[in-house]
Ligand binder design. Structure first.
Ligand code: N01
Length: 592
């Protein structure tokens, strides 16, 4: 800590070295005057953490409503998850005409999506276009990580650290803000599992969520991929086409539905654009805020004959995508219906994968949709390729890593494959040039937990969340005034089309702080009672579903030591109505 840090009376917010240029603090391209900073005159109205879709729109909306704002972004560009997740095959599994902002009709009319499901490069170009179109970059500090947030009774003190290579001393900047908005993303903190002796591996390792910007050429390589969630399922078919040999290290088999991706026809796009408002309105009325043109079926899966059930599921399978689960209205509430739907997918896997033992390993026996459903292009077919093999880690757990690869325990009675062997026949060493971790994220709370956040009376957020992420509306935490989360735990977020939820939250927050300005309310904070009732409400709603019947990142079980709490709230429309009612009632449940 620099000696400046003892000088609180002067700079007011020195937690780490502050780069001073005259009376200005250097903030990327812009400068903020701090000489006149006092607790009651913050440097900016709103500090925003993250320049993904949430942070970009929060900045735009804050400006539109007359507030000053600054965004801090760890990455070197905008886009958030789409900036980091550059792995082969990365694309969104919500249709592009839905996975886009709707706050500007000009924007949604002028932007041209090329495919039903947009690729990562196309989505990143869209985020960059939005940043340029609305002149957002001048208020964003890139390569800047927020390290701590401290409430001083009036304002938040925001301390940051720069990772800019040109900044040899990794010096940071700091400022004060009336409000803080955590637009940190739900899936932005990588989960990289540790294995015995993993430091010995001499080849290259990658995480799908932090993929090299220059890309990776696996040609001629022996590659292992850990993880068969959405990222693994998207990248495995493409890595398989390039690598000499691909070994998929599977801990839990996933259910995946074909994407049936296609180029968008100009006629279809023109039709949607001519009726965009109605298209968006219908989507926002669905449970997941997507797919309004393909409503959930009116019956439970057990209420129809077997022929009708198969026909309905086959139609959704042929259409492809996440709405497969909407063939029946009780897929995630009735275990027997869920089993019938899962059986249909299990049959599809068995009829696609030629080798019966590989098909057996790829076939899940869990509740379908309990872990997030995956959407793929040629995932199961990939296992028919001669250069692809599958290791079921439940049968053959990893024993340790070596310089050359990975030693797994050999399944009793199985013969060795093409790999070299070491030690007894109960162990096999598989040699690899590269290992890819498609092992997911410390979801929803991971990025927030990395920031040292101290609220009212010196209470830290890590203390407040030690038993799980309590909050009110998924937007606010008792004890942390003027701090908002976007798509945080307790909101529908990851169970919905994220951009719809993001837009909803941003507008609610902007309306809230505008209301505070008009009503001369300097602070707003969730009441403890309202927060308790909200946490109970989320538990009750989630408890009516089958979501809690398996281990998943929704529950935090993928991260060792994380409290097991179901974090998102199922059901967007009811949630949005509740948020509107609470605002209408003068922010009921908040203390202002
Ligand atoms: O991560 P995941 P993801 N040893 O957590 C396995 C969104 N997304 O990056 O199931 C071995 O789903 C783990 O196994 P298990 C989407 O919301 C969207 O794939 O825990 N394996 C699992 O198979 C998605 O749900 C898009 O037993 C280990 C995998 O790694 C979310 O991001 C694209 C392990 C992790 O799967 C996360 O997806 C990509 C270990 N120690 C992502 N630890 C689209 O829009 C974990 N695993 C298409």
């Amino acid at each position: 800590m620099s000696s400046l840090c003892s000088n609180h009376g002067h700079c007011g917010f020195c937690y780490i070295t502050v780069v001073r240029i005259g009376n200005n603090v250097r903030m990327g391209a812009a400068s903020i005057n701090t000489a006149s900073s006092t607790p009651s005159s913050p440097d900016v109205d709103v500090a925003i953490v993250g320049a993904g879709f949430a942070g970009l729109y929060m900045l735009h909306r804050a400006r539109q409503t007359g507030f000053t704002a600054r965004v801090f972004e760890r990455g070197g560009g905008v886009g958030g998850t789409w900036y980091w997740n550059r792995y082969p095959g990365a694309r969104c599994d919500v249709p592009s005409l839905e996975y886009s902002y709707q706050f500007s009709d000009e924007l949604q009319q002028e932007w041209e999506w090329s495919e039903k499901y947009a690729t990562q490069p196309e989505i990143l170009r869209y985020a960059e276009h939005v940043a340029d179109r609305f002149n957002l970059r001048r208020d964003i500090s890139f390569n800047t990580t927020v390290t701590s947030l401290q409430w001083n009774g009036d304002v938040w003190r925001v301390a940051t650290q720069s990772s800019d290579d040109t900044d040899q001393h990794r010096q940071g900047v700091a400022l004060t803000a009336r409000f803080v908005v955590l637009a940190t993303g739900c899936l932005s903190s990588a989960n990289i599992p540790r294995f015995p002796d993993d430091h010995l591996f001499a080849g290259r390792t990658y995480h799908t969520g932090a993929w090299p910007h220059e890309g990776v050429d696996f040609t001629g390589q022996r590659v292992a991929v850990f993880g068969t969630g959405s990222s693994g399922i998207q990248s495995i078919p493409l890595i398989a086409k390039q690598a000499a040999h691909l070994t998929v290290m599977q801990r839990t088999p996933a259910y995946s539905i074909p994407a049936r991706n296609q180029q968008l026809s100009p006629e279809y796009v023109a039709d949607i654009k001519a009726n965009y408002a109605e298209f968006r309105r219908k989507n926002s009325l669905t449970r997941a805020a997507l797919g309004g043109d393909t409503p959930t079926g009116p019956h439970g899966a057990c209420e129809v004959s077997e022929d009708e059930r198969r026909a309905a599921l086959e139609a959704r399978w042929q259409k492809g995508g996440l709405l497969f689960l909407g063939a029946f209205n009780d897929a995630l509430t009735n275990p027997e219906s869920n089993r019938l739907i899962a059986d249909f997918v299990r049959d599809k896997i068995r009829s696609t994968v030629h080798d019966p033992d590989t098909a057996r390993k790829l076939t899940p026996d869990s509740i379908i949709g309990c872990k997030r459903l995956c959407v793929d292009t040629e995932y199961y077919d990939t296992f028919n390729r001669p250069n692809v093999s599958l290791i079921d880690l439940r049968e053959q757990p990893v024993e340790r890593f070596t310089a050359k690869g990975i030693v797994v325990q050999n399944a009793a009675g199985t013969s060795h494959d093409e790999s070299s062997t070491s030690g007894s026949s109960r162990r096999v060493e598989h040699e690899f040039d590269s290992i890819v971790f498609a092992t997911g994220f410390d979801a929803m709370t991971g990025a927030i937990s990395k920031i040292d956040i101290t609220g009212r009376d010196g209470r830290t957020l890590s203390d407040a969340w030690s038993a799980g992420p309590v909050n009110y509306l998924g937007l606010s935490v008792h004890g942390f005034p003027n701090l908002f989360t976007i798509t945080g735990p307790g909101s529908p977020s990851v169970l919905t089309n994220m951009i719809v939820s993001i837009q909803h939250h941003v507008e609610w927050i902007a309306d809230c702080i505008s209301w505070m300005k008009v009503n001369h309310s300097p602070t707003i904070e969730a009441d403890a009672d309202a927060q308790d009732r909200w946490v109970q409400h989320v538990n009750t709603v989630a408890g009516m579903t089958l979501y809690q019947s398996c281990s998943s990142w929704y529950l935090g079980t993928n991260v060792p030591g994380k409290p097991r709490v179901f974090m998102p709230l199922p059901g967007f429309p009811a949630y949005a109505q509740t948020c509107a009612d609470i605002a209408h009632d003068g922010y009921r449940g908040f203390h202002t």
